[in-house]
Design a protein around this ligand. Structure first.
Ligand code: SF4
Ligand code: SF4
Length: 408
């Protein structure tokens, strides 16, 4: 049995492994190069190297919508392709099987534990500064909170890698259950196709089911756990080659009489033409959603300004007549670097407004309050509209707030 599987040339697996390893490398590097990371201590989010604050939640929301849409569209078209080609759990499902053979169950479990502890450290780095933690470990310190987090998650990952394995994908993972809801008859699936002139071509050898690490028999309709890895296709190719017949097991789109096989790896252009109509809508929507996300990211405000109206009124002597007021001007630096911000008051007659200070230096995410006194030098009854403006010297970031001062 083992030798039978050993003869299968796993061609598709090579491409898949390259994709899985590239994604794994990205996931490991991401928090250390601030590609994507929540920084819980500062309550901010790093995205593509820029820091976003709570005020920028709309950017994150738009990006999340884009990612969810891409995953759902890919699943609707190609099944659990995300599991087989992207998810690290499935990569380790396969690797641990070969580690069992090479190092025995105990050696495989120990290797899984080491990788799991590293994985838990990477997960922790998604929420805080991983390099700083590493420096503390190197200095002989072991902070309790992060260490418990890493040990807890490390144990969980070890269980997932060494014991639960494909049960995580089959039973626990919500995406797997979601897939069985969103797939339809047009979703890509595996099918034995009886080609014209080659009826009943399947040798019923069972090699395709034997090689499947997810325990699926690809000749049946029950394929909700299939992760589109392609191993069974390569197995079937071996059998068909030996029998000098075309390979019959294939990924198909459509169902019944309308089923069309994505047959030959060599005929890329035919496959593209076959898939193109199904790809137009998802690609168009992905471009629109992705473009909107990029636009929102590029045009997000970098400084915010709020003026608390009539923070304190200055009453004229002898009656309830407001002759002046004191307002609190709050400035918050929403950029990802420190900057000096200049404050201006526009729209009031000369000498009516006095800012406690006209410039202020703020670190990223820092907020400060400046007092603004509006004191008319002459009694001009009416509503006086004016604008408080702030401009960042380095970033050019700008914000303004319109308000009024009323003279009775
Ligand atoms: S049925 Fe085939 S493609 Fe699907 S998981 Fe099993 S081996 Fe991979
Ligand atoms: S490997 Fe191909 S020929 Fe053998 S049982 Fe599966 S589909 Fe049939």
């Amino acid at each position: 049995m083992k030798s039978r599987l050993g003869k299968v040339k796993t061609v598709i697996r090579r491409y898949r492994r390259a994709a899985q390893l590239a994604v794994l490398a990205l996931l490991i590097l991401s928090p250390f190069v601030n590609l994507f990371r929540f920084d819980v201590p500062s309550m901010s989010l790093y995205l593509f190297g820029t820091r976003l604050w709570v005020k920028h939640t709309f950017v994150f929301f738009m990006l999340l919508v884009t990612v969810i849409y891409v995953i759902i569209a890919a699943s609707l078209l190609f099944g659990r392709v995300f599991c087989g080609w992207v998810c690290p759990q499935n990569l380790f499902n396969e690797l641990t099987r070969s580690w069992d053979r090479r190092f025995g169950r105990i050696g495989s479990t120990l290797l899984s534990a080491v990788i799991s502890l590293f994985g838990a450290f990477v997960v922790w780095s998604y929420f805080s500064d991983g390099r700083a933690l590493l420096a503390r470990y190197a200095a002989g310190q072991a902070p309790l909170g992060p260490s418990l987090f890493i040990l807890g998650f490390g144990l969980f990952f070890t269980m997932a890698m060494a014991w639960w394995r494909t049960n995580v994908c089959r039973i626990v993972c919500p995406y797997g259950h979601l897939q069985s809801i969103i797939s339809n008859a047009e979703t890509m699936h595996l099918q034995v196709i009886n080609l014209p002139g080659h009826r009943d071509i399947c040798a019923t050898c069972g090699l395709c089911a034997e090689i499947c690490h997810m325990g699926v028999d690809p000749r049946t309709a029950e394929q909700k756990h299939c992760v589109v890895c392609g191993d069974c296709l390569d197995a079937c190719a071996l059998v068909s080659q030996a029998r000098k017949v075309p390979r019959v097991l294939n990924f198909t789109i459509g169902s019944g009489e309308r089923a069309v096989a994505l047959r030959d790896r060599g005929r890329l252009w035919q496959n593209v033409r076959l898939l193109a109509p199904r790809l137009v809508l998802p690609l168009t929507l992905t471009l629109i959603l992705g473009g909107l996300s990029a636009y929102m990211l590029a045009t997000r405000p970098l400084v915010d300004l709020v003026v608390a109206k009539n923070h304190r009124q200055v009453l004229a002597a002898g009656g309830p007549v407001s002759s002046g007021s004191v307002m609190a001007v709050s400035v918050i630096n929403l950029g990802d670097r420190g900057d000096t911000f200049r404050l201006y008051v526009e729209g009031l007659p000369e000498n009516w407004a006095a800012l406690e200070r006209s410039d202020i230096h703020l670190a990223p995410g820092e907020r400060a309050s400046v007092t603004l006194r509006v004191h008319p030098t002459e009694r001009v009854v009416g509503t006086h509209r004016f604008t408080v403006r702030v401009v960042g010297e380095g970033s050019g970031a700008e914000a303004s707030f319109d308000t009024v001062h009323v003279v009775y």
